[in-house]
Design a protein around this ligand. Structure first.
Ligand SMILES: [Zn+2]
Length: 116
């Protein structure tokens, strides 16, 4: 379980960003999380509530947006999203090549935040 350290870095990032944009309160944070990343939305929110107490992000809502896994075709260079649960084998949509590998799906980042 790495939600605690992840949440700490999210909080630090939004507080830094808030400081440079002179906002007074952070209301909502949109997180983009790859589907292969095991981050649990409710744990992030739980840790965030604890960690953000006494900061301008206190009470902010975390919204997690799941992002499909991403593959790269080594034959033509195409990068394409793929829902691993719905297919049995990976084929490039552009050249039909099978020389593809997983290149994304476990990352996470802050897509946006709402503040006043
Ligand atoms: Zn291809």
């Amino acid at each position: 379980m790495h939600e605690l350290s992840v949440t700490e870095s999210i909080l630090n990032t939004v507080l830094e960003s808030a400081a440079t944009h002179s906002v007074s309160r952070i209301l909502k944070i949109h997180l983009e999380v790859g589907e292969l990343n095991g981050l649990e939305a409710e744990w992030i929110q739980y840790y965030f509530d604890v960690l953000s107490k006494d900061t301008m992000a206190a009470g902010a809502q975390i919204e997690v947006h799941r992002k499909p896994s991403e593959f790269t075709c080594h034959d033509c260079g195409e990068v394409f999203p793929l829902d691993l649960k719905s297919v049995s084998k990976v084929t490039c949509p552009t050249c039909d090549g099978k020389n593809c590998s997983l290149t994304g799906g476990s990352e996470f980042y802050i897509r946006d935040m709402e503040a006043v």
